[in-house]
Design a protein around this ligand. Structure first.
Ligand code: SF4
Length: 552
């Protein structure tokens, strides 16, 4: 039986306080205020943003080098307002790594260059944008997750927020509150990669293009304080190669926010057809490479986090609007993998969404047709031009690293071995699997440069209400038949490897074989993506749970 829910009415509800929706809310509020100053026909829209993190910025994580162009579109005075930007992008290096060696790629194509851009902490930037939005009168509700879109008569009419204070068996505890229904003329969904509402709406409105699935990577990141003299502020390093084999897409980064503060991380492709990968382990190996070790050794790791990255590019972008809703940012597939950037595209989509919403508020027309102006505006935007220009980049790597680098225009003077498709795919009994597993088991983190998953997790400030219903839905019969049977033989239970928070533990002698630690979850969505049988469904837990990034 559904609990009685209270409802609140809004004109516009934004789901997710990321750069896309915060930019949209700020721009919309400014457009409305400017209109009201020059017109007797005043608009007084109720605008709300809900955010599942326990504060705005808590779930925001990125490299990140920000292309400032999009900030200028909606806030030309961002510098004067005190936008938190770190060092200007400086000297750039792209490396091909072997286990101990490095080879500098001598030529940087235009797309890899970062002159004029700034290194940022996305978490800090998001927290700052949220304050700007609030100061303009946008109602912000943190610790509030959207668990379902309300669809009435073929139109999204609002969202249902998370129930609070229910135990594991869904019994109400003292002080429990069922989630609310937030009614809205338009819901703007900016949940980031692999959003739950996006999944629901895709099933109803077929948003994803036919024959083109979305692709994802898993990025894991650390922020370090390092001794002075190791790196120049603004210095940028990108790497291909070690610890990945040439048929697996991914790579590392290291950015100097200042002379002593760096962001580093590693990206590994997340594919259900080849699910045996370990993004946390790859990061530890990456840090052990002399290129990185020489910079961070003797330093302190301050923060750890993980997130999925949408990477399918232009051809995998969904429809941007539908009846009663718009999609923004990464939720709309807006990441340029060639430039390793999405924040400016997210902001750009927010600006276009705000202009569409403003036109709808003026005309009082919120029909699907009116909202389609957003798709049309995108098609003639700079964001479209950029996404279109990079459309073949990520797909180029589907034929392996060397083909991808050539496609990307990187001149790499290396012998190019021919790789048969999936030659190195890690599966029990397959070439390389036992080796990989043994090397991984032998790897002992030193607690200074490299860390166990638990030690890493401790530096993500992750916390959840322990006694809440489990947000990872796996049917007991699937655990019995697939986890304890098929998956063991076919993939070696990859969930125990790919989760960067160690949420999944397999004990073949236990019943059930799968033990979950959901309160460790970093909300990265890797399990929802990489599970080869599609039996794991990631649902938003009670709002306020998850990581607490402050430097991410
Ligand atoms: Fe990521 Fe959480 Fe899934 Fe682990 S359980 S893979 S941390 S979403």
């Amino acid at each position: 039986m559904h609990p009685e829910r209270e409802s609140l009415d809004f004109d516009i509800v934004f789901v997710g306080a990321g750069p896309a929706n915060l930019s949209a809310a700020i721009h919309l509020r400014n457009l409305v205020d400017r209109h009201n100053r020059g017109s007797s026909d005043s608009l007084e829209p109720e605008i709300g943003i809900i955010e599942k993190g326990r504060y705005c910025g808590a779930h925001l994580l990125s490299g990140a080098i920000l292309d400032l162009s999009a900030l200028s579109l909606f806030m030309p005075d961002f510098i004067e307002k005190g936008c938190p930007l770190e060092s200007p992008a400086g000297k750039e290096h792209v490396w091909f790594l072997g286990e101990k060696r490095k080879l500098r790629i001598p030529y940087l194509p235009e797309a890899f260059r970062n002159e004029g851009n700034r290194i940022v902490s996305l978490s800090r930037l998001g927290a700052w944008l949220a304050k700007e939005a609030e100061a303009l009168g946008v109602a912000l509700f943190d610790s509030t997750a959207a668990v379902e879109a309300v669809v009435d008569n073929g139109r999204v009419t609002g969202v249902i927020t998370d129930d609070k204070g229910f135990d594991r068996e869904r019994n109400p505890l003292p002080g429990s509150e069922p989630g609310m229904i937030l009614n809205a003329k338009v819901v703007v969904i900016g949940e980031g990669a692999r959003g739950s509402l996006f999944g629901q709406l895709d099933r109803i409105f077929s948003l994803q293009p036919e024959n083109r699935i979305q692709l994802y990577e898993t990025g894991v990141k650390e922020v370090w304080d390092v001794p002075p003299g190791r790196i120049t502020p603004g210095e940028i390093h990108h790497t291909f190669g070690y610890p990945l084999t040439p048929d697996i897409y991914g790579g590392g980064w290291l950015y100097a926010l200042s002379e002593t503060r760096i962001s580093l991380g590693f990206v590994t492709t997340a594919e259900p057809s080849r699910p045996v990968f370990d993004p946390h382990y790859n990061l530890q190996l990456f840090k052990s490479h002399p290129l990185v070790r020489n910079i961070i050794e003797g330093g302190t790791m301050l923060e750890y986090g993980a997130k999925a990255i949408t990477s399918g590019g232009y051809d995998a972008m969904p429809k941007l609007s539908g009846p009663g809703f718009l999609l923004t940012g990464e939720c709309a597939g807006l990441v340029n993998m060639q430039r390793l950037k999405g924040i400016h595209l997210a902001m750009h989509s927010g600006v276009l969404a705000a202009e569409t919403l403003f036109a709808s508020l003026l005309s009082r027309d919120f029909s699907a047709r009116a909202l389609q102006a957003y798709d049309t505006a995108f098609e003639s935007s700079k964001a479209h031009e950029e996404m279109y220009g990079a459309r073949t980049y990520r797909q180029g790597f589907e034929r392996g690293l060397y083909a991808g680098l050539v496609n990307a225009g990187l001149k790499l003077a290396l012998p190019r071995p021919v790789h048969k498709e999936n030659e190195n795919r890690l599966v029990p009994g397959g070439k390389g699997y036992d080796d990989w597993l043994q090397r991984k088991r032998k790897f002992i983190p030193d607690g200074a440069l490299t860390f166990s998953r638990n030690d890493s997790l401790y530096r993500s400030a992750t916390a959840h209400e322990e006694n809440q219903p489990c947000h990872l839905a796996i049917r007991p019969e699937d655990i019995a038949e697939i986890c304890a049977g098929r998956c063991t033989g076919e993939f070696g239970n990859p969930c125990q490897h790919f989760c960067p928070a160690g949420v999944y533990e397999i004990d073949p002698d236990a019943d059930p074989v799968l033990k979950l630690n959901p309160s460790n979850c970093l909300h990265c969505k890797t399990c929802d993506i990489a599970d080869p049988y599609g039996i794991i469904a990631w649902n938003p837990p009670e709002g306020g749970g998850g990581p607490g990034y402050t430097l991410g």
